[in-house]
Design a protein. Structure first.
Length: 86
């Protein structure tokens, strides 16, 4: 287990990666019969292939959310009032 604390967007990136991998496996499964000379899979299998794009978009949204959180944190650290010793 990692000792890092989870950041904003990490969960979206992980979910996006899993969805992308499911779509990639479906793509391999639908293309293989075409090269092997077997009967093609039903249309539903081709629709599952679209999960690759959906997973990519989900992961991209997670990255953008992480960027926004880091920018917000940097902005707050710059504008935070400094304690001056008198």
């Amino acid at each position: 287990m990692s000792s890092e604390t989870p950041h904003d967007g990490d969960l979206l990136v992980r979910i996006g990666a899993i969805v992308f991998l499911v779509g990639a496996v479906a793509t391999l499964a639908t293309v293989a019969p075409l090269f092997l000379g077997a009967d093609p899979l039903p249309s539903a299998a081709y629709f599952v292939c679209m999960l690759m794009g959906a997973g990519f978009l989900i992961a991209g949204a997670g990255v953008l959310r992480s960027i926004a959180a880091q920018r917000r944190q940097a902005r707050e650290s710059v504008t935070a009032p400094s304690v001056s010793a008198r």
